[in-house]
Unconditional design. Structure first.
Length: 591
């Protein structure tokens, strides 16, 4: 069915259809959600049903329809089967045979525990609505009701959708966008209510772990109040934090009135790991403004059937990543030492990623659909994350404004203007409009800044922007450094395999490749565990013989080592900072 045919079906409709869904899970251990979709007042001979291929906030085509099975369609009374056929990977068509009431049944396999997919087992059910529900093309603006049929009496439902008055476990979405933006947590999860600025907030937590409820709520309140100060208000009546605790998860997905988080169940007692979690909370909560309401024009209206391209994800995610490092400091969740430890790690990752010299930031955003979530062995050599470089550019931009206006203006002012101009009305901005707002706050033409750091691969001059604050970046080497070979190894089936080769490194120049099995240096066996220690026997400039298996063929390469490289980078205070530098630094860190 072409889009033209879909639109033609819409044109002949004279009565507005009504849509409702019911979701059952009679055997949760089988990981199958059973969805019944009912359409009333249908006036066309054909009914087109389409499933999204992606969900906003996670920029990858995930092909949700691959988990659909057992689809059938009948008339409302169930007496007549309706012929349903699949036309495309995510498009079905039903012959309605002049009936105005259609019931469609299908199952969705749900055994992937992430914030953007579906998971169902004996302990709970969670679904991201984009991965569960069909929509009718051209009727996405219709409201719908969603009824949840619970498998056990002690289960309950958490969602940001309003409940239908008088109907238990039944909710209403004013359109399909709202439905997609409203995940469901179903089970015996714990609920913790708290109030901030007169508005109800809630933690809904599934899974066992060592989280401290009182500390969590206290620090969440601090984050909420600190972020609200930037914009002046909280643009919702209620907000829900859905948290999944498992063994090794990490991630989040933003929504307008809730967010979904996943984290290590025992990651809350250790200070550094707890701080990382609170960064995740700050990040996803900040998105309720930046992305969910302040968003690029290309994401103003979602096309759920394919990629939605924009060069502005650096601002959506990079700015948010910068704020998630400094907001917990401003909020008093962690101290300045923790802040610098956090941002030092990000600066180190950035400066140790060769792809920063290859892929421009705006291109990284545009190519999110094919690169960021589809990493390959050479990714770090050829691309840069718009989260990471976007954070670095946001840092420079904030420091630039604070220096120029003596902390009288900052990135906060840019966010406030964008909120007033685009966010409140939910009007998307173009890249040109975004630059105009930034330049208006800066009172300066920033074309060269954008050209070099967004659309080009110019070196980010950290020291130039840090020096007015009495700071600089230094590379840190091991106390007992080893010369630079330029490979990363891993142990696989008792073999030492080359996992990554840095572009331009001695190993790359010699022809050592990803996937090679490392055997020996100068004729003596070497392993993943003792590689660095063996290299300490040499100096930069020394030539060594590296023996490998390359595609099962024994080879020996002569490699000339380089001088030791920094293992990390950190922001340091300059010696004898001036009073002006101290004042600027204090203004920045105090927020």
């Amino acid at each position: 069915m072409t889009k033209a045919t879909v639109l033609r079906d819409r044109a002949v409709t004279t009565t507005t259809p009504a849509i409702s869904y019911s979701v059952a899970m009679p055997k949760p251990q089988n990981h199958l959600f059973e969805v019944t979709m009912r359409i009333e007042n249908w006036q066309s001979e054909l009914l087109n049903l389409q499933m999204p291929v992606w969900t906003p906030g996670s920029y990858l085509v995930r092909e949700y329809s691959r988990h659909v099975q057992d689809l059938s369609a009948v008339t409302a009374n169930g007496k007549q089967d309706l012929h349903a056929r699949k036309l495309e990977k995510n498009l079905w068509q039903v012959d309605t045979q002049d009936t105005t009431q259609i019931t469609v049944f299908y199952r969705v396999y749900a055994n992937e525990l992430t914030v953007r997919t579906n998971h169902l087992d004996r302990t709970h059910g969670y679904f991201n609505s984009a991965a569960l529900f069909f929509f009718i093309p051209s009727w996405e603006n219709l409201a719908s009701q969603i009824a949840i049929d619970l498998p056990y009496p002690d289960w309950h439902v958490t969602t940001s959708l309003p409940q239908v008055v008088g109907e238990k476990n039944t909710f209403i979405a004013e359109n399909f966008d709202v439905l997609v933006d409203s995940p469901f947590e179903i089970g015996s999860h714990k609920i913790y209510d708290f109030e901030v600025s007169g508005k109800l907030h809630q933690w809904a937590i599934w899974g066992k772990g060592n989280i401290n409820r009182d500390r969590l709520i206290e620090d969440t309140e601090k984050i909420i109040k600190t972020e609200a100060k930037i914009y002046g208000d909280l643009p919702y009546n209620e907000y829900i934090f859905i948290l999944h605790l498992n063994n090794d998860g990490f991630g989040g997905l933003e929504h307008k009135e809730c967010c979904s988080l996943i984290y290590d169940r025992f990651g809350f007692r250790n200070k550094d790991r707890y701080n990382r979690f609170m960064q995740l909370v700050a990040h996803e909560f900040f998105h309720l403004w930046n992305v969910k309401r302040i968003r690029p024009k290309a994401l103003e209206t979602f096309d759920y059937t394919g990629e939605n391209y924009t060069p502005s994800l650096w601002f959506c995610e990079g700015v948010t990543s910068y704020y998630d490092t400094i907001l917990p400091l401003w909020a008093g969740v962690y101290d300045r030492k923790a802040f610098f430890e956090t941002i030092n790690k990000d600066i180190s990752r950035y400066l140790q990623t060769p792809g920063r010299n290859v892929q421009p930031l705006s291109e990284s955003s545009f190519d999110a659909w094919i690169k960021l979530y589809r990493r390959h062995p050479n990714s770090d050599n050829s691309q840069i994350s718009y989260y990471l470089k976007g954070e670095m550019v946001s840092l420079l931009l904030d420091l630039f404004l604070r220096r120029k206006f003596n902390n009288g203006r900052s990135l906060n002012d840019i966010m406030r203007v964008l909120w007033e101009k685009f966010g409140k009305a939910e009007i998307g901005y173009t890249p040109e409009q975004l630059q105009e707002v930034i330049e208006a706050i800066a009172e300066e033409d920033l074309s060269d800044f954008f050209h070099q750091y967004l659309h080009g691969t110019g070196h980010l001059p950290f020291d130039e922007y840090l020096l007015p604050f009495g700071l600089k970046i230094e590379g840190v080497r091991d106390k007992n450094p080893y010369p630079y070979l330029g490979i990363k190894t891993v142990t696989e089936e008792h073999k030492t395999k080359v996992q990554f080769v840095w572009d331009g490194s001695p190993a790359a120049t010699a022809g050592i490749d990803i996937g090679d099995e490392l055997l020996a240096i100068d004729g003596v066996r070497v392993t993943h565990d003792n590689l660095n220690e063996r290299l300490r026997d040499y100096q930069g400039g020394d030539a060594i013989a590296v023996t490998i298996f390359h595609q099962e063929v024994l080879q020996t390469h002569e490699v000339r080592l380089d001088d030791p490289q920094p293992t990390r980078y950190q922001i340091m205070k300059v010696s004898s900072p001036t009073s002006s530098q101290k004042e600027l630094l204090e203004g920045w860190l105090a927020g």
